[in-house]
Design a protein around this ligand. Structure first.
Ligand code: MRU
Length: 354
């Protein structure tokens, strides 16, 4: 696969003729590039839960386009019936995954459109919802581009970068968050040496980051999660860039399970640890990391998935949290669309949202 085969496609899109949600099915990557066209709430919920579309920003955009797609064929006559169904679908989609704040953030933006237009007909509401979904998509592209440009100010051509999970283009509409500086740097002819953790148990690093980085011609090395220390110790990593699913008001950050361990290692080796965070992922109602709900996923993802045969004893107890929380004190800076934010994060975030 090359750049033409994956990076020229938006990860999440609306078919502007039919209004359907169009996603790249990430469970099929890197083997096959398969596009799914969705409009039934059950299919959209399933796609988010099974990580066919994943990564906080991509989930948000998919939910926004998805709720429009799911509502666009509802009957026109009765506004009360329409709004009733709209809010049922909103609640249903919001239940697909709990940690990424972007999911409820995007669905609430769509809901505000309905609430802000009490006198509009169903047909007018549908047009407004479509416009809002496309705005959320466009904003995601602009925000990720800005993250890439600000992130690029923190690194130099030739640097070694370590990343965890996939916070690249496949986790957003375009560019990504943590990998945006790399993609934007590539456009300017820069080259980085990127180490991507495989990211047990769902292998977003091995299946997705390695795939999209290679597609962009990036010098990419795949490592198992337990190799990060060895790579850092050799002096091969000048910066760590990761994404996030929910950032608390004090800077504590939920991201893919294993991220906090990488942050601890980075501190040990004196390597800057950067979190790339669209403002939509900062949850000012969440005071600190202890208030973040951490999704737990089924045991078979650890014991069977991606293996040729089950590799753990039957009935063994498994703990499978999808995310962990990195303490704010381990984070060197946040890269946002408004610039690079350094500690103390609490006052800096408050100033951003004021
Ligand atoms: O379970 P996933 O694959 O949705 O988890 C994704 C991550 O943890 C990403 O790092 C995060 O959502 C940021 S994506 C720009």
């Amino acid at each position: 696969m090359n750049k033409d085969n994956i990076l020229r496609h938006d990860t999440v899109a609306m078919d502007e003729t039919t209004g359907e949600l169009v996603i790249i099915d990430q469970t099929r990557l890197p083997g096959e590039t398969v596009f799914l066209r969705l409009s039934r709430p059950e299919d959209i919920h399933e796609a988010i839960y099974l990580l066919r579309v994943r990564g906080a920003p991509a989930i948000g955009v998919a939910a926004a386009i998805g709720i429009y797609a799911a509502c666009r064929d509802l009957p026109e006559g009765d506004r009360a019936a329409f709004t009733d169904e709209f809010f049922k679908i909103r609640d249903y989609l919001a239940s697909a995954r709990p940690t990424a704040v972007n999911l409820t953030w995007a669905l609430n933006r769509m809901a505000q459109v309905v609430e802000a237009h009490p006198a509009s007909t169903v047909s007018e509401l549908k047009a407004l919802l479509r416009r809002e979904a496309l705005t959320i998509r466009d904003e995601d592209i602009q925000v990720c581009r800005a993250l890439g440009e600000y992130g690029l100010t923190l690194i130099r051509d030739g640097d070694g970068i370590l990343t965890h999970c996939n916070a690249g283009q496949l986790a957003t509409v375009r560019y990504g968050t943590a990998l945006a500086p790399v993609h934007v740097g590539r456009e300017q002819g820069m080259q980085f040496r990127v180490f991507t953790d495989e990211t047990r148990p769902l292998l977003q690093g091995a299946r997705l980051s390695a795939f999209e980085l290679a597609a962009d011609g990036v010098d990419t090395t795949l490592i198992c999660d337990n190799m990060a220390s060895a790579v850092m110790k050799q002096g091969w990593v000048q910066a760590v860039f990761v994404g996030c699913d929910r950032v608390a008001a004090n800077g504590d950050t939920a991201n893919k399970i294993g991220t906090s361990g990488v942050a601890i290692l980075a501190k040990h080796y004196g390597i800057p640890f950067y979190v790339c965070a669209p403002l939509s992922t900062i949850d000012m109602r969440c005071p600190d990391g202890s208030a973040i709900c951490i999704e737990e996923r089924p045991a078979h993802e650890v014991t069977e998935l991606w293996y040729q045969q089950r590799m753990a004893p039957e009935n063994i107890r498994v703990y499978n949290p999808a995310f962990d929380v990195t303490d704010a004190e381990l984070i060197t800076a946040f890269v946002t669309e408004k610039g690079v934010i350094r500690p103390p994060f609490g006052p800096a975030f408050r100033a951003l949202f004021e």
